[in-house]
Design a binder for this molecule. Structure first.
Ligand code: ADP
Length: 647
């Protein structure tokens, strides 16, 4: 009997060797439950004849000729898992316990009062219904397993189109579907790809979200987020509720399976893409596991270190590292295994041939549930860069030394040149003072020229000395009030200002960190030039400051003669002058001193000018200069060997 189909008739096999008992039981049981159908048998062989799928329950007396009820129960259950009720007048707790151990499902005592048949009928029905449920469930499981084992047939390819003939073969075997069709839904449009004796009805398939019945045909959607296909099936016998459940489950499994295949295909394609990138980059890409052992290393390890990638797997990267640098690798092992990202700037690795190469190494651990699953390492061969850097450093050191020597040389030579020059100047003036009368005009003129020339030379040497001093390490950086500094520069220029009648306007100045002596020199030179190279009446010079965020910006603007555009590039070169000594006196070192001062503090200098109208000299000084005391002044004697180069 099938409860699911709404036929709750229960077929009962009753075995008893007494005819009378069989008769009474049938009469009273069928009376107690109209839907019971009781068939009486008198022997075991007769029972076996009737024992088939249609039997829903067996009731048996305890004592039967040749066998007791328990043995009977075991024999019945071996053939058919139908409920077995022991129905006997004999009984005790011991009998009941033995009965349950043999697999008997229930134990009902025979009474003389016929009312006990009501109890027996209720027990029969309850066991039978339970049995139907279990049977239905078991059948469902078997069919599900059958479907599962056929799933690969339904989803062999990664596309929907394989829901074709094979699918229908499986459907007809498991569900007995004799007719059907299948349509693919793409961009809301339905395309029928298979018809087996049945036409799909016109329907908006993309809206179909669950099973629907139209004219006895059942339509099931295949859904992965949205409906991607619809299958229609018909079966002459109709579908049971279990069929429906199974069919629903089947399409869910097919959809999931197709989805999984598609996902795997996407993953495989992206993995292939990444692999080809990884295998073509010059860096070494290495994967290590949670113990630090290599699980993958890209083929570039062969190009760089001569190791074949395969055998390196499972070994430790540290095995290849130069023993003096193993300590640096500790950081990698300890931090990466804690899940921390990091990098090591440089360490040495030995090639298979025993050579040393420099690498930089960065890593990123990939975690799952807080545990390090894999560490992705990028190892970059920096040997070339390292040797270039080293060579560059040697050149820089040499250059610095040369510069120092040159500065020292200039300093020493200028210094040494000054004393003979002072002797020339002193003796010339003595000559003029004491013997001037004894000379004629020409003689005195000659001596005057000697005085003038040695005066110019003193100026030149002073400038050279200044140039060699700018930027020396022993210069102090302090907090400087620029208002005061500019004022002091103007004090130095007092005579020039007075003589020319110049008007110098100074806007409010900031307090900055700088080398005080040199910023004062800057303003002396720039303001001095603004007055000197100026024919306007009166000459005007304006000093302003602007805050540029990272740096201070200063401007010295004049209304002087201006500078031709093609000559501006020459101005900051040492001893470059655009005018003769007669036109405007000077040495041509002022602006190059300014440039050296500004650059030694990390700033820059430039000029804008309009010939005949004036010039603007501007310079910057970085804001972040640290206050720094002067280094102890060291004796900077130049070794004779170095001096030789410049003489
Ligand atoms: P010096 O003033 O001793 O000649 P500088 O190095 O200070 O040397 O200047 C180099 C040259 O730049 C000057 O000879 C002059 O021709 C030009 N120059 C400098 N400042 C100005 C200015 N404010 N206006 C016009 N020309 C200038």
């Amino acid at each position: 009997m099938d409860a699911a189909k709404g036929h709750p008739r229960v077929r009962v096999l009753h075995i008893d060797d007494e005819e009378e008992q069989l008769m009474f039981a049938k009469l009273f049981l069928e009376e107690a439950d109209k839907d019971l159908e009781v068939v009486g048998v008198k022997s075991f062989s007769e029972l076996l004849e009737h024992l088939d799928d249609s039997v829903d329950c067996v009731i048996s007396d305890y004592v039967m000729p040749g066998a007791d009820g328990m043995e009977l129960c075991r024999a019945v259950k071996r053939r058919h898992p139908v409920p077995f009720i022991l129905y006997t007048g004999r009984g005790s707790e011991v009998v009941a316990e033995a009965a349950f151990k043999s697999g008997v499902d229930d134990y009902v005592r025979k009474e003389s009062d016929p009312s006990h048949y009501q109890l027996l009928a209720r027990r029969i029905r309850s066991h039978a219904e339970n049995y139907w449920n279990i049977r239905e469930q078991t059948r469902y499981q078997h069919r599900l397993e059958d479907l599962r084992s056929n799933l690969h047939l339904l989803t062999e390819a990664s596309t929907m189109l394989n829901v074709g003939e094979t699918t229908f073969d499986v459907l007809s075997r498991i569900f007995g579907c004799d007719e059907g069709w299948f349509s693919v839904v793409e961009d809301g449009r339905t395309t029928t790809v298979l018809e087996r004796g049945l036409h799909p009805p016109s329907l908006n398939a993309s809206d179909l979200a669950e099973m629907t019945e139209v004219d006895g045909a059942y339509m099931f959607p295949l859904r992965i987020d949205e409906t991607i296909g619809v299958i229609g099936v018909k079966n002459g016998k109709g579908f049971s509720s279990q069929d429906m459940r199974l069919m629903d489950t089947l399409w869910l499994m097919v959809a999931q399976s197709i989805h999984r295949i598609n996902q795997m295909e996407t993953i495989r394609a992206s993995e292939e893409q990444f692999r080809s990138i990884v295998e073509n980059v010059q860096d070494i890409v290495m994967l290590t596991d949670s113990t630090g052992a290599i699980t993958y290393i890209s083929p570039s390890v062969n190009d760089i270190f001569g190791y074949p990638p395969g055998p390196l797997k499972a070994s430790m990267w540290g095995d290849m590292v130069h023993c003096d640098d193993l300590g640096k690798l500790e950081e990698f092992y300890s931090r990466s295994l804690k899940g921390e990202k990091g990098s090591i700037k440089e360490y040495r690795v030995l090639t298979s041939g025993g050579e040393t190469r420099w690498v930089s190494h960065s890593w990123t651990p990939i975690l799952k549930d807080g545990e390090v699953r894999v560490v992705v390492n990028a190892i970059n061969d920096i040997t070339w860069r390292k040797s270039t850097e080293e060579a560059l450093q040697v050149s820089l050191d040499e250059l610095e030394q040369t510069n120092r020597d040159l500065n020292d040389f200039t300093h020493v030579v200028s210094h040494d040149l000054k004393s003979p020059l002072m002797t020339i100047e002193s003796f010339t003036s003595f000559l003029l003072e004491d013997y001037g009368e004894a000379l004629d005009d020409v003689g005195r003129d000659y001596l005057g020229r000697v005085m003038e020339a040695s005066g110019r030379m003193t100026g030149l040497i002073d400038d050279l000395l200044t140039l060699s001093r700018v930027g020396r390490k022993f210069t102090e950086y302090t907090s400087v009030d620029m208002n005061r500094v500019v004022q002091e520069a103007l004090d130095d220029l007092e005579a020039q200002v007075k003589k020319s009648g110049a008007v110098v306007k100074v806007h409010p100045m900031p307090e900055i960190v700088a080398q005080e002596v040199w910023v004062k020199q800057l303003f002396v030179n720039l303001i001095g030039n603004g007055i000197k190279f100026n024919e306007s009446k009166p000459p005007r010079v304006e000093v302003t400051h602007r805050d540029m965020g990272d740096s201070h910006y200063f401007e010295v603007k004049d209304n002087g003669i201006g500078i031709p555009e093609d000559q501006r590039g020459l101005l900051f070169k040492v001893f470059q002058r655009l005018h003769t000594e007669k036109e405007y006196p000077g040495t041509g070192a002022g602006l190059s001193i300014c440039k050296k001062i500004v650059e030694s503090m990390g700033g820059s200098i430039g000029v804008e000018s309009q010939e005949g109208f004036g010039s603007v000299f501007y310079f910057t000084i970085p804001r972040n200069l640290p206050i720094r005391a002067a280094d102890a002044q060291v004796s900077r004697e130049v070794p004779a060997s170095n001096l030789g180069k410049y003489l």
